[in-house]
Design a binder for this molecule. Structure first.
Ligand SMILES: N=C(N)NCCC[C@H](NC(=O)CCC(=O)O)C(=O)O
Length: 448
């Protein structure tokens, strides 16, 4: 039998991880702006989570970081001369631009792409659309390399279909899987793809946030559903509550998470919660009683507590039917309301039976929790056998990557370090070696 499983592909934190306050609307990014970062600790925190999940029996993959500082973008923007000259000029005349092209933001692979498993698509292949991330300049430069890395990981065209990103304009603002969840019975069966958006681009009368941007449009989600060949009765759209975007919920995965037959979400997450529930139940069909809608009330956990703790930016992982573990960041344990809620949750009737806590402070300080760091890909056994095996976490890869991080990463980085030509050399040397470890071939511009 060709049973399916859900693999998680985490973004490996890159050597230029830093805090530059680049994400308006993301409270942690703004609050930690200009603080020194620790790229080595960041990468290791991520590796510990990956290894722990692999040890728990989950299929865990690794997606490589991107080339940063990204000199080709600086050249496109008019800087010229040697790489060192370009860095010097950018630092002098456009330091925020240098910070933007130096961000290690590709680590948050929930934003890498939207993925539709073969059980849902008309041609029965797994479809990938890299997210254009057009709302933030530093993220809008990710999608081409993301596409190259996804193609180097999911290589076989018989099983995997790779689309380019949607047009890079606000109308098709696409933040990928951070606003996408799939509900299903078994991972290999046809599921319901649940797309969450912040605003409608072609309807000026529709609700939208007033203070912070809605990064993702309904029209982008509809385009992805069309491209992936999803049938209309298996797709549900829901709008984020504009008020929670204005409070700092810049992606829906900061306030909701779903897996198989469980939707775990906050009372205030959606503009119309009743409709969201009705639409999901209708799509779920005759086995509706098996769908768990776990709604967390505001009196138990406030929206502010969600944003501070990242309770919902958790990984909801199936160990078996109706047996799930929730992977949360350490901030949840330190928030009394959230921790009390989680303890009552596991003691109760829901399928969530265990909480696992990870220290991801380096990523969290830029607004990225456990769920931001991973891209979910449901795969049949045959598809799993077709992926690049060198990207799958195991004891050997864990050891090799830790040695690689120790060799190439700094343990402190300040904004002014981004202009250091040595950092560029260190970063390229590290990535060149990484492409060999992960058997990716040439995926970076500096390699061509
Ligand atoms: N929720 C999900 N799925 N992802 C979190 C992404 C965090 C990321 N932070 C940043 O890009 C901050 C970079 C800086 O400020 O240096 C962002 O806002 O896009």
């Amino acid at each position: 039998m060709n049973t399916a499983t859900e693999a998680n592909f985490d973004g490996l934190v890159g050597p230029t991880h830093n805090y530059s306050g680049l994400s308006f609307g993301n409270v942690a990014s703004l609050n930690n702006s200009a603080r020194p970062s620790n790229p080595k600790a960041a990468a290791k925190q991520g590796l510990v989570k990956m290894k722990a999940l692999a040890d728990m029996g989950f299929v865990q993959g690794v997606l490589a970081p991107h080339e940063r500082p990204h000199i080709p973008t600086l050249r496109r923007l008019g800087f010229s001369g040697s790489d060192a000259n370009i860095l010097e000029q950018a630092a002098k005349h456009a330091p925020k631009l240098l910070a933007a092209v130096s961000s290690a933001s590709c680590m948050w692979t929930a934003n890498a792409a939207t993925v539709s498993p073969s059980g849902d698509t008309s041609d029965r292949r797994v479809h990938f659309t890299p997210a254009n991330l057009v709302n933030k300049f530093h993220r809008s430069i990710e999608h081409e390399t993301t596409g190259a890395i996804l193609r180097a990981t999911f290589r076989d065209e018989q099983y995997f279909a790779h689309h380019p990103a949607l047009p890079s304009v606000d109308h098709f603002g696409d933040e990928g899987a951070a606003n996408h969840t799939r509900f299903c019975h078994g991972y290999g069966e046809q599921g319901i793809e649940f797309f969450v958006y912040g605003m409608e681009a072609f309807n000026n009368n529709a609700a939208k946030p007033a203070k912070f941007p809605a990064r993702h449009t309904l029209e982008a989600s509809q385009a992805v559903a069309r491209r992936h060949g999803l049938s209309a009765n298996q797709v549900v759209y829901a709008q984020q509550n504009p008020d929670v975007i204005d409070a700092g919920v810049f992606h829906n995965d900061v306030i909701a998470v779903g897996n198989r037959n469980a939707h775990f979400y906050h009372q205030e997450a959606f503009l119309d919660t009743t409709k969201m529930k009705q639409d999901l139940l209708k799509a779920w069909g005759d086995r509706a009683s098996q769908l768990h809608l776990i709604e967390v009330p505001s009196h138990a956990v406030s929206v502010q507590d969600c944003i501070q703790s990242y309770l919902f930016n958790s990984q909801l992982l199936s160990r078996g039917d109706d047996d799930m573990v929730l992977v949360v960041p350490g901030e949840c344990e330190n928030n009394p309301a959230v921790w009390a809620y989680l303890n009552s949750l596991v003691a109760g009737q829901s399928p969530i039976n265990e909480i696992k806590v990870f220290d991801l402070k380096q990523s969290m300080s830029n607004g990225g929790g456990p769920a931001c760091l991973r891209l979910r890909v449901a795969l049949t056994q045959t598809e799993q056998a077709a992926i690049n095996p060198s990207t799958i976490m195991n004891n050997t890869l864990f050891e090799r990557l830790n040695i690689w991080v120790d060799k190439h990463y700094r343990d402190e980085l300040h904004e002014q370090d981004l202009a250091d030509p040595q950092l560029l050399i260190e970063s390229r040397t590290a990535l060149d070696e990484l492409t060999k470890i992960l058997d990716l071939g040439h995926v970076y511009e500096f390699q061509t």
